[in-house]
Design a protein around this ligand. Sequence first.
Ligand code: TMP
Ligand code: ASP
Length: 235
Amino acid sequence: MEKRALRYEGKAKKVYETADPNLLVVEYKDDATAFNAQKRGTIAGKGAVNNAVTSRLYPLLAEQGVPNHFVRQLSEREQLVQAVNIVPLEVVVRNVAAGSFAKRLGIEEGQLLSRPITELYYKSDALGDPLVNADTALSLGWASEAEIAEILRLAQRVNQVLQAFFATRRVQLVDFKLEFGVNAREQLLLADEISPDTCRFWDMDSGERLDKDRFRRDLGQVEEAYQEMLQRVLS
Ligand code: TMP
Ligand code: ASP
């Protein structure tokens, strides 16, 4: 599938049009940002890892009842996806207190949550992705009631599938961020990547962090963590 015009360039990916208006090529970059792009850097090999990890997880999710935009992997850094209009929400699911949740509520990182928590954030770089609730999304017309209900249901399903998948690889799925979109046939689909950029992965035995927190927090061994997650996902 030949790439045509660049439609969009984000912090970690470029999206190209193709001859088919319903299909896009996503190209994964090694660029990394954190804290709303206040911190910038490069993680060598990240684009290839995130493409490979996403390309492994999306077919599994489709088999397990989570419709998604993924069509196929095209190359080391490229994948073909269905074009969708992204719902402007970042949907975060948490199993363990960490990151902004731990900070906001004064809870120590690592505390197991008695049940998974789903949070919604408004996708707006200008506002720093503020926390919102379902009423806000409905009232401001970002999604319909049926779409919100389906998003929350699918987020739980993704959590079940991925927790089980990573547990067999001795990785604890601490939390992750999802995005959803609507295609030309008005179908709600899971979209965007699922990778060490968008999940917290802790080694179940050592507690070692195997995700982008190594970059965000200057923990070192960043490239090694991405390669380790690639090996585990492919194993
Ligand atoms: P948080 O604890 O910083 O709110 O992050 C929760 C999860 O969401 C974590 O797995 C990292 C992911 N995430 C993104 O994918 N993009 C973002 O911009 C942020 C802030 C977090
Ligand atoms: N990628 C996001 C940014 O630069 C944040 C993050 O993943 O921590 O804002």
